[in-house]
Design a protein around this ligand. Sequence first.
Ligand SMILES: Nc1ncnc2c1ncn2[C@@H]1O[C@H](COP(=O)(O)OP(=O)(O)OP(=O)(O)O)[C@@H](O)[C@H]1O
Ligand SMILES: Cc1ncc(CO)c(N)n1
Length: 268
Amino acid sequence: MNAPPRVLTVAGSDSGGGAGIQADLKTMLALGVHGMSVITAVTAQNSLGVQGAWELPVEAVRAQYRSVVDDIGVQAVKTGMLASAELVETVAELLGGTDAPAVVDPVGVSKHGDSLLAASALDSVRTKLLPIATVVTPNLDEVTQLTGVRVESESDLRRAAAAVLAYGPQWVVIKGGHLSGEAVDLLTDGSAEHWLRAPRYDNRHTHGTGCTLASAIASQLAKGQSVPEAVAAAKEYVTGAIAAGFALGGGIGPVDHGWALNRDTPPV
Ligand SMILES: Nc1ncnc2c1ncn2[C@@H]1O[C@H](COP(=O)(O)OP(=O)(O)OP(=O)(O)O)[C@@H](O)[C@H]1O
Ligand SMILES: Cc1ncc(CO)c(N)n1
């Protein structure tokens, strides 16, 4: 059997299995690529919030990365929670040495408002990580944190995208998911503009949507799709996963990463 495309996530662990490394690897399995991980931090996390977070030493991040890249190789990389300026700069340096496309999810805070990135790391994200990104996928809060632009309507999305592109990524997807009646995202490289629209599900089981979207984009890029094709396919995958989200624990439940695999399984 031919080996599937290889995709690497560089992100934090979510013990609850809804976001972070766990969401990334489930997404990669569902989309038919071989998922690998460099863990940057471990969180104690569930449907109610983040109860604790511990960064890994820089040497541990470097060693995981070298193990994967030097032997197995990667066709696309996704980054998520990077926790500190030191880890952001380390990861940016490592990714600078590869030709694989990099999807950067500039994770700032969790759905519960828990911080996953030190305020002191924002400048390193702007100046070191964004310039080497193939695609960067901020949500509305992350756009404001990174650029100062506040997005209150769909027309603000264009201004926000231009402000992110000024830091040097090739493409930006501004996730307007929390904005209006529809789940509208804007993908642009400064000239082409793609509006991605999906029904907005009145469903609170959306833990890990951002991680899922970014990993799905990386998976599709590893399969050889163009950025607009990869983002359109990823949007379809995350929308299906949100529609199928389920209650776990007492708070915000996860999306269903297996929805596309389980489509023919009758509910029990
Ligand atoms: N209720 C919803 N119904 C449909 N699509 C949604 C909904 N909420 C978010 N989305 C879509 O999900 C994707 C991820 O966006 P979102 O803004 O939730 O990411 P995020 O805030 O980074 O998520 P997280 O921090 O939990 O990982 C986007 O394509 C967005 O439009
Ligand atoms: C580890 C981790 N990464 C990313 C997110 C996204 O919010 C989260 N909740 N936890």
